[in-house]
Design a protein around this ligand. Structure first.
Ligand SMILES: [Zn+2]
Length: 151
């Protein structure tokens, strides 16, 4: 799930590359793949040749992505991760150690790096190579999600 969406600013990232925003939307967005209710478009984006439309379901409230090719032929639906969910997970009182959205952090860190980071914060043994790689990625995490991590 490499797509991350900031619904406040309507910014869509693929990995950490920001896609070009074409505009907002409030149009019919098709049928929800989860609950079959109608969805509405939230914003339109372009990434290389393809169009990406972020839609929100009126039934289950899920936000996901529809990908179209340059001729507006549907290619696939994609899950997206909401930036605010990730931010909440990271800034949770217990920080990186508990209640963490592991799936989200896995976008940034490898398993070994995440293990090292968590072990370090718990005071357990850790791989220093993995920890130093993880530490180098923290600015990226902070930049992308506008959070501060204290380690
Ligand atoms: Zn739905």
């Amino acid at each position: 799930m490499p797509y991350i969406y900031n619904s406040e600013g309507g910014e869509l990232f693929f990995n950490d590359v920001k896609t070009e925003k074409l505009g907002g939307g409030d149009d019919y967005g098709g049928i929800c793949k989860f609950c079959q209710s109608e969805t509405k478009t939230i914003s339109y984006h372009k990434f290389y040749k393809n169009y990406l439309i972020v839609v929100k379901c009126g039934g289950c409230d899920k936000i996901f992505l529809e990908e179209y090719n340059e001729d507006w032929r549907w290619i696939k639906d994609e899950d997206i991760l909401l930036k605010e969910d990730l931010k909440k997970a990271i800034t949770d009182e217990k920080g990186l150690l508990e209640n963490v959205d592991t799936e989200a952090l896995n976008l940034i860190f490898s398993k070994g790096e995440l293990d090292a980071l968590c072990s370090y914060m718990r005071g357990d043994d850790y791989s220093s190579a993995n920890l130093s790689r993880a530490k180098k990625k923290i600015p990226r995490l902070e930049r992308l999600f506008n959070v501060r991590i204290k380690i």
